[in-house]
Design a protein. Structure first.
Length: 622
């Protein structure tokens, strides 16, 4: 790939500049002072785990332990400074803060194995991510309730979106220049995560908005109110003024780390849940953990609950290692069944993208000029360090567009009728359990029903200084997460099964054509765009399909692999987030999403975890 498209891809050389070391408080770097038991033991100190740990430990009468496989970050510039973390220098992808795993090779991707960055650090994905803090549309969440989860519609989540954030409106002159409006009624003023607009936008973004408007695309007032449809501005998880990353670690952990009832054990991986099946229902009595494959396995007891927050690629792994999953699958590995729960590791979904990169001719500041000119970049970094402004204050693009199929394609009826004629089980993996297939059928019916709706987006278009990234939001394909051995330190098989359903490719092909259209409108001609990648050699539908197969990559939103749905629909947790068959084992991370919403999912994970904490606290006082 030419360097142009790297404005979005997370690859760049290493720069290591350090800020002051943080204060570690009650962090137990190693397990010297760990207690033998805690009321709540939380597996994973990423986005969801730190939220729940913070909220549960508000009650000084309860004790909470978080066990996190990764370490604390050291405040490196490549994490704290948005511009560096997302392209003007190194980012955390591929460092010790990344699990460094990949999806297995896919025949539909010409046998490519796609890299899947995922945080292995206190703060999880919020340390590595691009900080986009948008929400999905009302219809995205109403589907969750429709699939049998009472209280999990948009109205049931909105209070928690609000609770998790402190929103800072843009400065008046900035808002006026860029046409940014907001609806204060859907924003929080006292949450832990700072949600704010960076004080810098690449100038060519104006051409993008004008182009979108000329193509009939709506610009909603404030997409955070449930109408994330059209072209709009997203906030970032950004500390206003100083323009540094507001990670889950900074927001939910550092602010309460002196609480004596909250312990964080870093550098240790949970290898197994300890369960007791002597009464009718299975009770989680604790966990086992180890710092690496060659170290002794230790254990700690949970008096009240064990809470899984290991993320969508690891929560199913921990369950399967503990005998919770498909009994026939686990027996093939010699693991005896504790709970036969076929949905564990199934229903896996992720957003996937391809990019179209254009050179643009501009004398104004551009990402490409900064990437190519070290002097210019050094000047911009000095401005950032002095004032928190300029290109380094942003993680790149905050101009997103989420579009229904009918707003970017004339092929809606062709694609919808062909998808509807498939039958729900045709493209599932042939060993799919009947309950999982039943849950998929319910999802498939909703996906097909809504494919021509103007109330739900199925594609994202991100503009980043000449590059248009297009990402599928509601894939019909379903993948899986399955352990390959009983070794907890062995990487599971992450089978994305991308494009296994042909309707996904059909939608991406249409989006590719629209992505090209955006930069060929008159609103863009003053920038003389020249498509550098994939370029004019890719024109026919067949060539576009090949391009997609050879370049499809993850937009970093693995989810849904331990879905909240009825058990007879392949669900893993009920709407109180309790794992079926257990009385005190819950899941609070992105794996409980039944279906992906059309958005970057961090803010939804925050909202889900805030709601989870309320549910758990309610249960604790019963
Ligand atoms: C490169 C990248 C860019 C992204 N960009 C954005 C963006 O701009 N906007 C957005 O909204 N979202 C973005 N995301 C997605 C977002 O960060 C994730 O959806 C979110 O972090 C998921 O939260 P989680 O709690 O489910 O899991 P995580 O945050 O991944 O936390 C899981 C934690 O559990 C730990 N863990 C796993 N297994 C074990 C074990 N056995 N024992 C102990 N600990 C364990 C992990 O090390 C990790 O710290 C991005 C993600 C990545 C990786
Ligand atoms: C263990 O606890 C003791 C007493 O509170 C303290 O002095 C010591 O620093 C702690 N050790 C570690 C490794 O945290
Ligand atoms: C990540 O994995 C790749 C391939 O599996 C390997 O070459 C590379 O060294 C790994 N990186 C780190 C930081 O471990
Ligand atoms: C993918 O791998 C399979 C099995 O090894 C092989 O038959 C097939 O030709 C490969 N396809 C491509 C496009 O390389
Ligand atoms: C999509 O098109 C419909 C019909 O023309 C229009 O009403 C709607 O505003 C458009 N939506 C977006 C997001 O542009
Ligand atoms: C939020 O931003 C303000 C202003 O920069 C800062 O003082 C505060 O510490 C930030 N909050 C967190 C949790 O980082
Ligand atoms: C770029 O813009 C400049 C100034 O507007 C113009 O002179 C030049 O011809 C343009 N170059 C290209 C390749 O369009
Ligand atoms: C790089 O940027 C510097 C500082 O703005 C400028 O003086 C110089 O001409 C630029 N170099 C090139 C090759 O454009
Ligand atoms: C920082 O802002 C002040 C006030 O606007 C300005 O005078 C100064 O030049 C800026 N510093 C840098 C390095 O741009
Ligand atoms: C549909 O086709 C018409 C005529 O070619 C075109 O003007 C319009 O932009 C297309 N709409 C979409 C959404 O692609
Ligand atoms: C199931 O699918 C796999 C992979 O496509 C194939 O190798 C296997 O033969 C299939 N099994 C059955 C029973 O159809």
């Amino acid at each position: 790939m030419p360097s142009l498209s790297r404005s979005f891809l997370l690859v760049a050389p290493l720069v290591s500049l350090s800020l002051a070391a943080p204060f570690y408080g009650r962090v137990i770097g190693r397990d010297a002072n760990i207690s033998t038991s805690y009321d709540y033991v939380i597996v994973g100190g990423g986005v969801s785990g730190l939220v729940v740990a913070n909220r549960l430990s508000e009650d000084s009468a309860v004790t909470v332990l978080v066990v996190e496989a990764g370490e604390l970050d050291a405040g490196e510039d490549f994490i704290a400074i948005p511009g560096i973390s997302s392209g003007l220098g190194q980012n955390a992808v591929g460092t010790k803060y990344d699990w460094n795993v990949s999806y297995s090779a896919q025949s539909e991707l010409n046998n490519r194995s796609v890299q899947m960055p995922i945080g292995k650090v206190v703060g999880g994905g919020s340390i590595l991510n691009r900080m986009l803090m948008d929400r999905g549309s009302k219809a995205d969440y109403d589907r969750w309730a429709e699939l049998g989860n009472v209280g999990w519609d948009f109205a049931g989540l909105l209070p928690y979106f609000i609770k998790s954030e402190t929103f800072t409106p843009p400065a008046a002159d900035f808002a006026a220049e860029w046409g940014i409006e907001h609806d204060a009624s859907v924003h929080g003023t006292s949450g832990y995560v700072n949600s704010s607009y960076p004080p810098f936008v690449y100038p060519s973004t104006k051409n993008y908005f004008e182009s979108m408007k000329s193509l009939g695309i709506n610009v909603p007032k404030d997409a955070a109110n449930g109408e994330a449809l059209g072209a709009f501005w997203s906030t970032l998880a950004l500390n206003p003024g100083v323009s540094t990353r507001c990670s889950a670690r900074v927001a939910y952990h550092d602010t309460v780390e002196t609480r004596s009832n909250l312990h964080l054990l870093t550098g240790n991986q949970v290898t197994k849940l300890v369960t007791d099946s002597t009464s009718g229902s299975v009770t989680a009595t604790g966990i086992e953990y180890a710092s690496d494959a060659s170290s002794a396995i230790k254990s700690v007891t949970a008096n009240k609950e064990v809470i899984l927050a290991a993320g969508s690629l690891h929560t199913p792994q921990v369950l399967q290692l503990s005998g919770i999953g498909s009994a026939s699958f686990l027996s093939s590995l010699g693991i005896s069944s504790v709970i036969d729960l076929p949905g564990v590791g199934e229903n896996h979904q992720d957003h996937q993208y391809v990019a179209i990169a254009n050179t643009i001719n501009t004398t104004e500041v551009s990402f490409n000029a900064l990437s190519a000119n070290a002097t210019l970049a050094a000047e911009a970094l000095a401005v950032y360090k002095a004032n928190g402004t300029g290109p380094y204050s942003t993680s790149g693009s905050i101009s997103l567009a989420f579009l229904p199929l009918g707003n970017y394609s004339n092929a809606t009826s062709t694609i919808t009728s062909s998808a509807g004629a498939q039958g729900a089980s045709t493209y599932l993996a042939n060993d799919t359990d009947a309950t999982v297939a039943a849950g998929y059928k319910a999802q498939y019916d909703i996906l097909v029903r809504d494919m021509d709706s103007f109330n739900i987006a199925n594609m994202e278009f991100i503009y980043s200084d000449g590059t248009v990234v297009l990402a599928l939001q509601h894939p019909l394909s379903r993948g899986s997460v399955k352990i390959a051995s009983t070794d907890p330190f062995a990487t599971p098989i992450y089978d994305s099964r991308w494009l296994s359903n042909p309707a996904d490719l059909a939608q991406i092909v249409e989006a590719f054509k629209f992505g090209r259209k955006i930069t060929t409108t008159s609103a863009f001609t003053s920038l003389s765009p020249v498509e550098a990648f994939p370029g004019s050699a890719v024109t026919t539908d067949a060539q576009i399909e090949t391009y997609i197969r050879e370049n499809l990559a993850t937009l970093f939103h693995p989810a849904c692999s331990a879905a909240m749905m009825p058990k007879e629909m392949g669900g893993v947790v009920d709407s109180n987030l309790l794992v079926y068959g257990t009385s005190n084992l819950r899941i609070v991370d992105a794996s409980i999403f039944p279906m992906l919403p059309a958005t970057h999912i961090m803010s939804t994970v925050y909202a889900v975890a805030e709601k989870a904490a309320d549910i758990i606290r309610g249960a604790a006082t019963c």
